[in-house]
Design a binder for this molecule. Structure first.
Ligand SMILES: NC(=O)C1=CN([C@@H]2O[C@H](COP(=O)(O)OP(=O)(O)OC[C@H]3O[C@@H](n4cnc5c(N)ncnc54)[C@H](OP(=O)(O)O)[C@@H]3O)[C@@H](O)[C@H]2O)[C@@H](O)CC1
Ligand SMILES: [K+]
Length: 486
């Protein structure tokens, strides 16, 4: 599954038409899918109000109105004049059954459900005047709202707030990024007949789904031993951050590492898990660091002001490395790129801004663009943490579909770095280790769910959700009937 920009969606649509697929069939499938989704979501509803706009989103609404009417529901339809193309045909088909009232007559008092078909992906600017007023009225009516494709007005304000959004053909940024996502309510993806080949353009970001992630899980052969399934060296810790390396070690073990060694300054009271090998060093150039048995490293967590020095020392091992927190300085990450060491960097927006020498606001406003700039500038796999976490490496990008705001808690990032390092150590390429680590970590957060969860619990939940994934129990959130994780 890919994340479609409105332009990419239009391009797929146009390609289907070029291949000979009649565009009216797409609109018919879209409108009917909306009607079916509304009927399934509110089976008791008898009366509907369909508020349609002047473009194809409105056309979809007119098709939905016809089907709801044919199924015996009470339907009032409000739409402006002047539809063109397929929307005009949808209007003609509806007009054979029902009177279409002007938008000035909108009355939502008798409606059990409101269908919002004002604007979809063709919106080019914020709603104003009468259009803005209509969106506000839909919200004020306090009725269940089903949005056609996207809640009208997004990504700007004002916009409709829906209970159910029927995403047509593919998911778009407002179904995935905030604030759009919180205005969508439940999200249901409706295939409308586009040929599957048009729905997987490789240049668009991938939305992580359970099936793809399951295929990445490293296998555990019967003759496995602790030295054969991936050993991780965690390098970090400082006087004031003693928990971070311990949580990274726990994350690595809970993601399946065979052996974890934790190297930390001997004057810091780091307390690694009982199962870890301890490597207190009085200086980062200690020879024992370079002899540590590990196939991958997690570096920088809780490193404080010594994080850069720790990362420079760890670079000498020349092993695949996750760079986090106090290792995330431009000169450090550039040194790894220059040494051609495979890296995954895991910044939060503040650290990403530091690396890109820009403001946090810029990063938050365009997470995908920022992650891709990090990947390009530092020749690395970039994991930009957030809601949702996005990933990029030169030539490809992905958006995570698991996780929730309860995971905004101290130490959660350390667990993630440890988990990604465990997958690197198991032999996965940086892109696969990063995607799998991020996906499982979010899944652990969704499994725990409640605000107040701790990083420690996140690590503990990793084997539980891994098993669910392995057994094929999971479905992507956009499949019918599933709640989007906020
Ligand atoms: N595979 C697919 O993708 C399929 C997509 N389908 C559907 O098509 C939808 C996209 O349809 P669309 O392109 O006609 O755009 P839509 O959102 O109806 O609005 C366009 C109109 O709004 C206007 N306008 C813009 N901003 C405005 C503003 N602020 N305030 C006022 N007016 C504004 C703009 O004109 P403008 O004023 O900019 O000249 C234009 O007249 C998509 O979401 C899906 O529902 C399906 O039918 C089948 C297959
Ligand atoms: K809409």
């Amino acid at each position: 599954m890919r994340l479609f920009t409105p332009e990419a969606m239009r391009a797929a649509d146009a390609q289907a038409v070029e291949l000979g697929y009649p565009s009216l069939l797409l609109m018919e499938a879209a409108g009917r899918a909306v009607a079916e989704a509304a009927r399934a979501a509110w089976p008791e509803a008898e009366s509907y109000a369909v508020v349609a706009g002047k473009g194809n989103n409105g056309g979809d609404g007119l098709v939905a109105a016809r089907w709801l009417h044919l199924w015996g529901r009470e339907v009032r339809v409000y739409a402006p004049e002047g539809h063109r193309g397929d929307a005009a045909l949808a209007r003609a088909a509806l007009a054979a059954h029902l009177e279409i009232e002007p938008l000035e007559a909108v009355d939502l008092r008798e409606a059990d459900v409101v269908v919002d078909a004002l604007f979809g992906t063709g919106l080019t600017r914020p709603l104003e005047g009468a259009w803005a007023e209509l969106a506000e009225r839909i919200n004020a009516a306090d009725r269940p709202v089903v949005a056609v494709d996207v809640p009208s007005g997004l990504p700007y304000a004002p916009h409709v707030r829906a209970d159910l959004t029927v995403a047509l053909a593919g998911l778009k940024p407002d179904h995935v990024f905030y604030p759009g996502r919180s205005a969508c309510g439940r999200i249901q993806l409706a295939p409308i007949g586009l040929p599957p080949a048009l729905l997987e353009p490789r240049e668009l970001p991938e939305l992580l789904d359970p099936e793809t992630m399951r295929a990445l899980l490293p296998s555990r052969p019967g003759h496995a031993h602790k030295g054969s399934v991936g050993r991780v060296l965690v390098v970090g810790g400082a006087a004031e951050y003693t928990g971070a390396p311990a949580l990274a070690a726990l994350g690595a073990y809970r993601a399946g590492a065979g052996l974890v060694t934790v190297a930390y300054p001997s004057d810091a009271r780091v307390d690694p898990p009982l199962e870890a090998v301890r490597l207190p060093v009085s200086r980062w150039q200690d020879a024992r660091l370079f002899e540590a048995k590990a196939e991958a490293l997690a570096v920088g967590m809780g490193g404080g002001s010594g994080g850069g020095a720790a990362a420079r020392a760890a670079l000498k091992l020349k092993k695949p490395t996750v760079l986090d927190a106090d290792a995330l300085y431009p000169e450090v990450v550039k040194a790894y790129a220059a040494a051609a060491v495979p890296t995954v960097i895991t910044p939060h927006p503040g650290e990403a801004a530091r690396l890109l020498e820009t403001g946090v606001g810029t990063v938050v406003q365009d997470p995908l663009g920022s992650a891709c700039e990090l990947a390009r500038r530092f020749r690395t796999t970039a994991v930009l943490k957030g809601g949702p976490t996005v990933l990029c490496e030169p030539g490809r990008a992905a958006v995570n579909t698991t996780g929730n705001p309860a995971m905004a808690t101290g130490g959660a990032g350390d667990v993630l770095s440890g988990a990604i390092a465990a997958f690197l150590a198991a032999g996965l390429a940086p892109w696969d280790a990063a995607r799998l680590g991020v996906y499982l970590h979010g899944l652990a957060g969704d499994h725990l769910g409640r605000i107040g969860l701790t990083a420690h619990e996140l690590a503990e939940a990793l084997p539980v959700v891994r098993e669910k994934l392995e057994l094929g129990y999971l479905r992507p959130y956009w499949e019918a009937g599933l709640l989007s994780p906020r």
